[in-house]
Ligand binder design. Sequence first.
Ligand SMILES: Cc1cc2nc3c(=O)[nH]c(=O)nc-3n(C[C@H](O)[C@H](O)[C@H](O)COP(=O)(O)O)c2cc1C
Length: 163
Amino acid sequence: MKKTVEAKGPCIRPMPSAIVSCRDKDGRNNALVVGFASNVSKKPAMVMVGIVPTRYSYPMIKESGEFVINLPAEGFEEEYHYLGFHSGRDEDKFEVMNIAWEDGEKVNAPLLSACPVTIECKVVETLKPGTHELFIATVEAIHCEEEYLDENGNIQWDQIPLI
Ligand SMILES: Cc1cc2nc3c(=O)[nH]c(=O)nc-3n(C[C@H](O)[C@H](O)[C@H](O)COP(=O)(O)O)c2cc1C
């Protein structure tokens, strides 16, 4: 028998374990953990991330209109938790955790080298229905570790030990 409960937090579970990385106009990199992340369109390929305006990352994405969604795998738990509980306002998170990164090919934001899948995104629209601003973005490029691709270049999602 089910009981009716109050909606106290996000009620669609599990939430994805994603890390959004971004860069400000002075070239400073930052990244935060984002559970509000979703596919929104197949063709064109579009995604969405929800960012609370008080996050240090928020004005970076708002101003640049660009970000990267990094999908972390097992072995990256310590960095993942750190990025979800510390703010770039207080410290350079990449430096503190010695996080390796490389430049995006299509967007001006860093890709986290240790994450097997990284998705470069450009914002096309935003919505603010409540606590989170929803950044709806086109997928400009997807990078995946070669070992997780089949012979046709398809990502074998079930092979990736995502967090
Ligand atoms: C599991 C988890 C999920 C989170 N999901 C979101 C989210 O969807 N949107 C958001 O703005 N913050 C989310 N956060 C909080 C940010 O990651 C956290 O406040 C971070 O320190 C912000 O970093 P920044 O100030 O450097 O941008 C989440 C944190 C955790 C641990």
